[in-house]
Ligand binder design. Structure first.
Ligand code: FES
Length: 106
């Protein structure tokens, strides 16, 4: 299990234990965290799982592929550390990961 902190746009924090191999998106939806819609179920097709990764953690989440980059250009307020949370796989290396949820998805 890996500890991930999800911070809602309002500032409310959720520190969640997520099973390795699940996605950061699934960690949120499994625990009913508001702000992650995940309309496509994790197929990298909707961008409603946008998160802003804490700068200290961004490089550890890997690099978005071309499809994810294209979708990130379409989110309402993209940032330099934006990722689609369905494309980040939870592992021991991400223990302590902090992600912020944007004010709105689509
Ligand atoms: Fe649809 Fe992530 S859940 S792109």
């Amino acid at each position: 299990m890996t500890t991930i902190t999800y911070i809602e746009h309002s500032g409310t924090k959720h520190q969640i234990q997520v099973e390795n191999g699940r996605s950061v998106m699934q960690g949120a939806t499994d625990n009913s965290i508001d702000g992650i819609l995940a309309d496509c179920g994790g197929c990298c097709n909707c961008a409603t799982c946008h998160v802003i990764v804490d700068e200290a953690w961004y490089s550890k989440t890997g690099s978005p592929d071309d499809m994810e980059k294209d979708l990130l250009e379409a989110v309402p307020v993209p940032t330099s550390t934006s990722r689609l949370s369905c494309q980040i796989t939870v592992s021991d290396e991400l223990d302590g990961l902090v992600v912020q949820l944007p004010e709105e998805q689509f």
